[in-house]
Design a protein around this ligand. Structure first.
Ligand code: HEC
Length: 219
């Protein structure tokens, strides 16, 4: 009897089916959904330039500095970098002493504090500029096409020659300016010559200062 019944049961579809547990189906669904989501999140939209290993798209120069000239150039830069950045001290001192009025970006404040970024005074005659710092400045002055009429106190008792030179060099070589550096010795000379000037300079007086220089230079 048994032998007859069993095959009958199988045919009737009563055989044991392999059931997938509901919990596994749910788990698999979650994994698949996560994978799809991950794929779309990090595929970078399938853009061809997502992975720019050579840096070409960023406009970087080709990587290997293969030959003599390139190697020399990078060697020169490497040699320069560790040497003390002449403007680093100046930047620090500027932010500490000057940025309150002339602003951290050198743009000044409209109508109150003239800009030092791109100023014709900063980029002009080093002697005049140094004298402004040492003695201060008052009265009407035109800077970058705008009129100012304020007063900047003298810095001669606050800053040493070295510090003034560093700040002025920083100003003359920042924010797009490329004027010559100012040496400590130049500041010393100007201080010796006109450090005794009592009140802050007026623009007219400064004109004569640069005139003297022109004479000395034989211009
Ligand atoms: C208390 C505010 C104040 C501080 C701090 C100050 N200045 Fe000035 N500075 C002025 C004013 C105001 C003038 C314009 C004076 C005038 O109208 O005659 C001026 C003018 C100048 C000028 C000439 C005009 C120009 O903008 O190019 C220079 C250069 C200058 N300052 C540099 C400096 C430097 C460097 C420091 C830091 C050591 C400094 N200032 C700190 C207020 C300030």
């Amino acid at each position: 009897m048994n032998q007859e019944v069993e095959p009958e049961k199988r045919v009737a579809g009563d055989r044991p089916r392999e059931q997938i547990p509901c919990s596994f189906v749910a788990f698999a669904a979650i994994v698949v959904l996560f994978a799809i989501a991950y794929f779309f999140r990090y595929s970078g939209g399938f853009r061809w330039d997502v992975y720019d290993a050579s840096g070409l798209l960023a406009g970087l120069p080709p990587t290997p500095p293969a030959h003599g000239s390139a190697a020399n150039a990078s060697g020169g830069a490497a040699a320069k970098a560790p040497a003390v950045d002449p403007t680093a001290l100046g930047r620090e001192l500027y932010q500490a002493n000057c940025a309150a009025c002339h602003q951290p970006n050198g743009q000044g404040m409209t109508g109150q504090f003239p800009p030092v970024a791109g100023s014709e005074w900063v980029n002009g005659d080093p002697r005049v500029l140094t004298a402004i710092l040492i003695g201060g400045l008052q009265g009407p002055v035109k800077v970058s096409g705008a009129e100012y009429n304020g007063m900047m106190p003298a810095w001669k008792t606050v800053l040493t020659d070295e510090k003034i030179a560093a700040i002025l060099t920083f100003l003359r070589q920042s924010w797009g300016s490329h004027a010559s550096a100012i040496e400590e010795g130049e500041v010393k000379a100007v201080r010796a010559e006109c450090g005794g000037h009592a009140a802050p300079w007026k623009v007219d007086e400064l004109g004569s200062l640069s005139g003297e220089k022109a004479e000395k230079k034989g211009e």
